[in-house]
Design a protein around this ligand. Structure first.
Ligand code: GDP
Ligand code: MG
Length: 188
């Protein structure tokens, strides 16, 4: 997607309700394969810009604080122009069902915005969306089918040209993190 000092690079935006684990996930992806674990992050104010450095790649990650997504509505147009990839992180533990409705709304709102400013419906560019069903280490997590339903994915696919992937993940036991890294590498 780009060239950063001899390495291939691209950027990706991470959205999702607050507390779903966005910042923890990004921090863990930075150190995956090592024993290093950062302390649980403080709630994100505004957004964090982090980079995940892999051998030949650098991926810049825009990690939005859940509620701030809407407070920063005025910069969406600027931020989402030419965006190709979006990651939605949801807390898939059963206690977080109410937050999944929020996640669905965010996904729809952001995709609406992206479609409008980039004319995605009238050209052939496809936006890639990764849904991370995080916290799968916790008991009674939603199944993929339940999540699909809660996020109204059928409706979404009927209306939008998106390339969608789901990954069940846990920052606590590293489940799914390699799949996420593979998805990120393919963006570059
Ligand atoms: N059990 C469990 N807790 C997690 C996981 N990921 C994040 N958390 C916890 O969820 C809380 C919110 O995480 P944070 O990354 O700040 O969420 P954000 O608001 O989406 O950035 C923190 O206490 C994390 O330690 C996970 O996979 N499993
Ligand atoms: Mg955060």
């Amino acid at each position: 997607m780009g060239n950063c000092f001899g390495r291939k690079c691209c950027s990706v935006t991470v959205i999702g309700p607050s507390g779903s684990g966005k910042t923890s996930l990004v921090q863990r992806l930075q150190s995956v394969g090592t024993d290093y674990r950062s302390l649980p992050p403080v709630p994100t104010i505004g957004f964090n810009i982090e980079s995940i450095e892999l051998k030949r790649y650098i991926i810049t990650v825009w990690d939005y604080g859940g509620g701030y997504m809407y407070k920063m509505r005025s910069i969406w147009d600027e931020h989402f122009v030419n965006i190709r990839a979006l990651v939605l992180v949801v807390d898939s533990s059963d206690g977080a069902l109410a937050r999944i409705a929020q996640a669905r709304q965010m996904l729809w709102d952001v995709l609406d915005n992206i479609t409008t400013i980039n004319n995605y419906n009238t050209n052939t560019r496809v936006i890639k969306v990764l849904v991370v069903a995080n916290k799968c280490d916790l008991n009674r997590c939603l199944t993929m089918a339940q999540l699909y339903n809660e996020l109204a994915i059928d409706d979404l696919l009927a209306k939008r040209v998106i390339q969608l992937k789901f990954v069940q993940a846990s920052v606590v036991n590293d489940h799914g993190l390699n799949d996420i890294l593979q998805w990120l590498k393919k963006l570059v």
